[in-house]
Design a binder for this molecule. Structure first.
Ligand code: ADP
Ligand code: MG
Length: 252
């Protein structure tokens, strides 16, 4: 075994895979350019740290289970003039996560609610936060199943420990009493402990119908909205914007 091979094996044993991959080349460069020993070591360590950070961020994004990758940079604020870009960008600084505040995006289909929720979730992953994106109805089905096999407590513990839970599409389907109660438990567990981003097509005054019960709806709203940032997006659907443009042209 050559000395280079031996060093490579030692670095790998310490899980310093990037250093193992680049040190030979870097050592040659350093010798040529007469780089100091400290600078050489510094360069190797910087590369290893950068790669490790990258891997951990990618792992967090994978764990968050976003249905698609949508960024704030890719959001066209000029298409939703009623929405404050300043307020959304302020959220992207993530202070709301440290303060365990919630965010609600409310509006009709296609206005970018899920897009914004994902974009904020991605920022949180980049800041190495634990994030999970769920469709609200699917999550509640899972919680019902967890009640049956007696794993509800564990499941709620896991959900309570996340830095950010994104509940997408609340309100598309009315809920039965059991699901309404499970959603209440979830919101209560995270109240003042961890943030929820919620997207919904239903204005708050219709939540009684969503949960099938005014009392539980107001108990949920009370906790959810106590520390929260609410965005009502009422512009037109981005999904059909080209269609609208076409119609517009045809009419002229
Ligand atoms: P909603 O959740 O409100 O129904 P989505 O966030 O799923 O809407 O948006 C529908 C589609 O349109 C997505 O592909 C999304 O990326 C895109 N979209 C919506 N609004 C914008 C916007 N202002 N700029 C860029 N893309 C947008
Ligand atoms: Mg959506």
């Amino acid at each position: 075994m050559t000395e280079v091979e031996r060093l490579k094996a030692q670095l790998k044993r310490l899980s310093l895979h990037t250093m193992a991959a680049i040190f030979e080349e870097e050592a040659k460069k350093a010798a040529k350019s007469q780089t100091s020993y400290t600078a050489f070591l510094g360069r190797l360590l910087d590369e290893e740290v950068a790669a490790k950070m990258d891997r951990s961020i990618n792992a967090r994004i994978a764990k968050a289970r976003f249905p698609a990758i949508k960024t704030l940079e890719g959001f066209d604020f000029s298409f939703q003039p009623g929405l404050s870009a300043v307020r959304v960008k302020e959220l992207a600084e993530l202070g709301f996560l440290d303060r365990a505040e919630n965010v609600v995006f409310c509006g009709p289909p296609g206005v970018g609610k899920s897009h914004l929720a994902i974009a904020l979730g991605l920022k949180a992953c980049a800041a190495r936060k634990r994030v999970l994106f769920v469709q609200t109805a699917a999550l509640l089905d899972q919680l019902v199943a967890a009640t049956v096999d007696r794993s509800l407590g564990t499941r709620l513990d896991v959900l309570a420990r996340l830095d950010l839970l994104i509940c997408d599409e609340l309100g598309y389907m009315p809920m039965d009493a059991e699901r309404a109660n499970l959603f209440f438990q979830l919101v209560s567990r995270r109240y003042e402990k961890g943030s929820i981003i919620l997207t919904t097509n239903k204005p708050f005054d219709q939540w009684g119908e969503v949960f099938g019960d005014d009392v539980i709806a107001s108990a949920i709203l009370d906790r959810l909205l106590h520390h929260s940032h609410i965005f009502a997006i009422n512009g037109s659907s981005y999904r059909i914007k080209d269609k609208l443009l076409q119609l517009d042209r045809e009419q002229k």
